[in-house]
Design a protein around this ligand. Structure first.
Ligand code: DX5
Ligand code: ZN
Length: 240
Protein backbone atom coordinates (compact mmCIF):
# COMPACT_ATOMS: atom_id res chain seq x y z
CA UNK A 1 0.00 0.00 0.00
CA UNK A 2 1.18 3.49 -0.76
CA UNK A 3 0.75 6.17 1.86
CA UNK A 4 1.86 9.62 0.85
CA UNK A 5 1.83 12.14 3.61
CA UNK A 6 2.61 15.75 4.14
CA UNK A 7 5.76 16.42 6.03
CA UNK A 8 5.60 17.47 9.67
CA UNK A 9 8.08 15.57 11.80
CA UNK A 10 9.62 12.13 12.16
CA UNK A 11 9.41 11.31 8.47
CA UNK A 12 10.21 7.72 7.69
CA UNK A 13 11.13 6.57 4.24
CA UNK A 14 10.16 3.09 3.17
CA UNK A 15 11.44 2.20 -0.27
CA UNK A 16 10.44 5.01 -2.58
CA UNK A 17 7.36 5.73 -0.53
CA UNK A 18 7.03 8.43 2.06
CA UNK A 19 5.57 6.61 4.98
CA UNK A 20 4.87 8.06 8.36
CA UNK A 21 2.46 6.61 10.86
CA UNK A 22 1.77 8.88 13.77
CA UNK A 23 0.29 8.23 17.18
CA UNK A 24 -1.86 11.02 18.60
CA UNK A 25 -3.01 10.13 22.13
CA UNK A 26 -6.20 11.98 23.01
CA UNK A 27 -5.88 13.62 26.41
CA UNK A 28 -9.67 13.61 26.76
CA UNK A 29 -9.14 10.18 28.34
CA UNK A 30 -6.23 11.28 30.56
CA UNK A 31 -6.36 11.64 34.30
CA UNK A 32 -6.77 15.42 34.61
CA UNK A 33 -5.43 15.38 38.16
CA UNK A 34 -2.04 14.62 36.69
CA UNK A 35 -2.41 15.84 33.13
CA UNK A 36 1.11 17.27 32.84
CA UNK A 37 2.69 13.98 33.90
CA UNK A 38 0.46 11.95 31.59
CA UNK A 39 1.49 14.12 28.65
CA UNK A 40 5.14 13.63 29.57
CA UNK A 41 4.60 9.87 29.77
CA UNK A 42 3.22 9.55 26.24
CA UNK A 43 5.76 12.05 24.93
CA UNK A 44 8.71 10.13 26.35
CA UNK A 45 7.27 6.82 25.18
CA UNK A 46 7.39 8.16 21.62
CA UNK A 47 3.95 9.53 20.70
CA UNK A 48 4.47 12.18 18.03
CA UNK A 49 1.32 14.26 18.53
CA UNK A 50 -0.87 15.23 21.47
CA UNK A 51 -4.52 15.18 20.38
CA UNK A 52 -6.57 17.86 22.11
CA UNK A 53 -10.36 17.62 21.94
CA UNK A 54 -12.05 20.98 22.38
CA UNK A 55 -15.82 20.61 22.93
CA UNK A 56 -18.24 23.49 23.36
CA UNK A 57 -21.50 21.90 24.58
CA UNK A 58 -23.13 23.09 21.37
CA UNK A 59 -21.67 21.29 18.37
CA UNK A 60 -21.34 18.29 20.69
CA UNK A 61 -23.11 17.81 24.03
CA UNK A 62 -20.03 17.84 26.28
CA UNK A 63 -17.83 20.71 27.35
CA UNK A 64 -14.19 19.59 27.67
CA UNK A 65 -11.54 22.29 28.03
CA UNK A 66 -10.27 25.29 26.17
CA UNK A 67 -7.65 27.98 25.87
CA UNK A 68 -6.27 28.20 29.45
CA UNK A 69 -5.68 24.45 29.63
CA UNK A 70 -4.02 24.33 26.22
CA UNK A 71 -1.64 27.20 26.99
CA UNK A 72 -0.84 25.69 30.34
CA UNK A 73 0.14 22.26 28.97
CA UNK A 74 2.11 23.80 26.09
CA UNK A 75 5.16 24.02 28.34
CA UNK A 76 4.97 20.30 29.15
CA UNK A 77 6.02 19.00 25.72
CA UNK A 78 7.38 20.03 22.36
CA UNK A 79 5.31 17.44 20.53
CA UNK A 80 2.81 18.56 17.89
CA UNK A 81 -0.40 19.93 19.40
CA UNK A 82 -3.18 18.50 17.26
CA UNK A 83 -6.28 20.47 18.19
CA UNK A 84 -9.62 18.94 17.22
CA UNK A 85 -12.25 21.67 17.36
CA UNK A 86 -15.65 20.18 18.12
CA UNK A 87 -17.21 23.62 18.34
CA UNK A 88 -19.84 25.55 16.41
CA UNK A 89 -18.42 28.23 14.11
CA UNK A 90 -14.76 27.44 14.87
CA UNK A 91 -13.65 30.35 12.69
CA UNK A 92 -13.94 32.49 15.84
CA UNK A 93 -11.17 30.59 17.62
CA UNK A 94 -8.53 29.99 14.96
CA UNK A 95 -6.16 32.78 15.95
CA UNK A 96 -6.44 32.28 19.68
CA UNK A 97 -5.88 28.53 19.38
CA UNK A 98 -2.74 29.24 17.42
CA UNK A 99 -1.59 31.67 20.11
CA UNK A 100 -2.20 28.99 22.74
CA UNK A 101 0.17 26.67 20.89
CA UNK A 102 -1.88 24.68 18.39
CA UNK A 103 0.27 23.25 15.58
CA UNK A 104 -2.63 21.64 13.72
CA UNK A 105 -6.15 23.03 13.85
CA UNK A 106 -8.88 20.69 12.66
CA UNK A 107 -12.41 21.97 12.13
CA UNK A 108 -15.56 20.04 11.37
CA UNK A 109 -17.00 20.66 7.92
CA UNK A 110 -20.44 20.42 9.57
CA UNK A 111 -19.61 23.25 11.97
CA UNK A 112 -18.31 25.78 9.44
CA UNK A 113 -20.57 28.27 7.73
CA UNK A 114 -17.85 29.03 5.24
CA UNK A 115 -15.52 26.06 5.18
CA UNK A 116 -13.24 27.44 2.48
CA UNK A 117 -12.78 30.66 4.42
CA UNK A 118 -12.04 28.92 7.70
CA UNK A 119 -9.48 26.60 6.12
CA UNK A 120 -7.71 29.59 4.57
CA UNK A 121 -7.79 31.36 7.91
CA UNK A 122 -6.09 28.40 9.59
CA UNK A 123 -3.44 28.36 6.88
CA UNK A 124 -2.93 32.10 7.38
CA UNK A 125 -2.41 31.57 11.10
CA UNK A 126 0.59 29.36 10.38
CA UNK A 127 -1.03 26.17 11.70
CA UNK A 128 -1.46 23.01 9.66
CA UNK A 129 -4.98 22.61 8.35
CA UNK A 130 -7.33 19.75 9.18
CA UNK A 131 -10.90 19.04 8.04
CA UNK A 132 -13.02 16.64 10.09
CA UNK A 133 -16.02 14.68 8.88
CA UNK A 134 -18.62 13.09 11.12
CA UNK A 135 -19.44 9.45 10.33
CA UNK A 136 -22.64 10.35 8.50
CA UNK A 137 -21.08 13.12 6.38
CA UNK A 138 -20.30 12.21 2.77
CA UNK A 139 -16.68 12.26 1.63
CA UNK A 140 -17.61 14.47 -1.32
CA UNK A 141 -17.83 17.36 1.16
CA UNK A 142 -14.03 17.54 1.11
CA UNK A 143 -13.63 17.01 -2.62
CA UNK A 144 -13.22 20.65 -3.62
CA UNK A 145 -11.21 21.79 -0.63
CA UNK A 146 -8.63 19.00 -0.44
CA UNK A 147 -5.90 21.28 -1.74
CA UNK A 148 -6.49 23.62 1.18
CA UNK A 149 -5.85 20.94 3.78
CA UNK A 150 -2.93 18.95 5.20
CA UNK A 151 -5.09 16.39 6.96
CA UNK A 152 -8.57 14.89 6.75
CA UNK A 153 -9.95 13.56 10.01
CA UNK A 154 -12.42 10.75 9.44
CA UNK A 155 -14.45 10.41 12.63
CA UNK A 156 -14.86 6.71 13.32
CA UNK A 157 -17.41 7.41 16.09
CA UNK A 158 -19.90 10.21 16.53
CA UNK A 159 -17.97 13.04 18.14
CA UNK A 160 -18.44 14.08 21.72
CA UNK A 161 -17.42 11.17 23.90
CA UNK A 162 -14.44 8.89 24.40
CA UNK A 163 -14.77 5.15 24.89
CA UNK A 164 -17.21 4.38 22.06
CA UNK A 165 -17.02 1.51 19.58
CA UNK A 166 -15.81 2.34 16.11
CA UNK A 167 -18.40 2.40 13.33
CA UNK A 168 -17.22 -0.08 10.65
CA UNK A 169 -18.53 1.76 7.56
CA UNK A 170 -16.21 4.68 8.31
CA UNK A 171 -13.27 2.56 7.11
CA UNK A 172 -14.70 2.69 3.61
CA UNK A 173 -14.60 6.48 3.86
CA UNK A 174 -10.91 6.32 4.75
CA UNK A 175 -10.28 4.14 1.68
CA UNK A 176 -12.22 6.49 -0.58
CA UNK A 177 -10.40 9.60 0.63
CA UNK A 178 -6.99 7.91 0.37
CA UNK A 179 -7.82 6.90 -3.20
CA UNK A 180 -9.09 10.38 -4.03
CA UNK A 181 -5.85 11.93 -2.76
CA UNK A 182 -3.62 9.38 -4.47
CA UNK A 183 -5.46 9.85 -7.77
CA UNK A 184 -4.99 13.59 -7.56
CA UNK A 185 -1.44 13.25 -6.20
CA UNK A 186 -2.29 15.29 -3.14
CA UNK A 187 -0.07 14.50 -0.16
CA UNK A 188 -2.50 14.09 2.69
CA UNK A 189 -2.51 12.86 6.24
CA UNK A 190 -5.63 10.85 7.02
CA UNK A 191 -6.52 10.77 10.66
CA UNK A 192 -8.94 8.41 12.37
CA UNK A 193 -10.47 9.17 15.74
CA UNK A 194 -12.70 7.07 17.93
CA UNK A 195 -12.75 3.47 19.08
CA UNK A 196 -9.20 2.64 18.01
CA UNK A 197 -7.51 -0.02 20.11
CA UNK A 198 -4.66 -2.49 19.88
CA UNK A 199 -6.95 -5.20 18.51
CA UNK A 200 -8.44 -3.23 15.63
CA UNK A 201 -5.59 -0.82 14.76
CA UNK A 202 -4.53 -2.86 11.70
CA UNK A 203 -7.96 -2.27 10.10
CA UNK A 204 -7.46 1.50 10.19
CA UNK A 205 -3.91 1.26 8.85
CA UNK A 206 -4.93 -1.12 6.08
CA UNK A 207 -7.68 1.28 5.04
CA UNK A 208 -5.07 4.02 4.56
CA UNK A 209 -5.12 6.03 7.78
CA UNK A 210 -1.74 7.23 9.00
CA UNK A 211 -2.52 9.54 11.95
CA UNK A 212 -4.04 7.48 14.70
CA UNK A 213 -5.93 9.08 17.56
CA UNK A 214 -6.59 6.96 20.57
CA UNK A 215 -7.78 8.00 24.01
CA UNK A 216 -9.05 5.17 26.17
CA UNK A 217 -6.68 2.57 24.75
CA UNK A 218 -3.69 4.71 25.74
CA UNK A 219 -4.73 6.36 28.98
CA UNK A 220 -6.60 3.49 30.59
CA UNK A 221 -3.81 1.73 32.47
CA UNK A 222 -0.13 2.47 31.88
CA UNK A 223 -0.05 5.24 29.28
CA UNK A 224 3.65 4.84 28.48
CA UNK A 225 3.39 1.07 28.02
CA UNK A 226 0.25 1.45 25.90
CA UNK A 227 1.97 4.07 23.74
CA UNK A 228 4.89 1.74 23.15
CA UNK A 229 2.49 -1.09 22.29
CA UNK A 230 0.85 1.06 19.59
CA UNK A 231 4.21 2.11 18.17
CA UNK A 232 5.21 -1.54 18.00
CA UNK A 233 2.03 -2.29 16.04
CA UNK A 234 2.97 0.49 13.62
CA UNK A 235 6.42 -1.02 13.12
CA UNK A 236 4.92 -4.44 12.50
CA UNK A 237 2.57 -2.94 9.94
CA UNK A 238 5.42 -1.12 8.21
CA UNK A 239 7.42 -4.34 7.98
CA UNK A 240 4.59 -6.21 6.23
C1 DX5 B 1 -14.37 11.91 20.37
C2 DX5 B 1 -13.00 12.52 20.42
C3 DX5 B 1 -11.91 11.51 20.48
C4 DX5 B 1 -11.90 10.64 21.70
C5 DX5 B 1 -11.35 9.31 21.32
O1 DX5 B 1 -15.30 12.88 20.15
O2 DX5 B 1 -12.76 13.30 19.27
O3 DX5 B 1 -10.63 12.10 20.28
O4 DX5 B 1 -11.17 11.18 22.76
O5 DX5 B 1 -11.47 8.48 22.39
P1 DX5 B 1 -11.44 6.90 22.29
O6 DX5 B 1 -10.11 6.53 21.71
O7 DX5 B 1 -11.60 6.48 23.70
O8 DX5 B 1 -12.58 6.48 21.40
ZN1 ZN C 1 -10.69 13.99 18.70
Amino acid sequence: MTITVCSMRNRKIKGDTDFMIILAPSILAADFKRLGQQIRDVDQAGAQYIHIDVMDGNFVPCISFGMPVISSIRSRTEKVFDVHMMVADPDRYVDVMRECGADIITVHAEACRHLDHTLRKIRGSGAKVGIALNPGTAVRVVEHVLELADMVLVMTVNPGFGGQEMIPYTLEKVRTIRRMCDDRKIPMDIQVDGGVDLNNIHRFLEAGANVIVTGTAVFRGDAAANTRAFLKKFEEFERQ
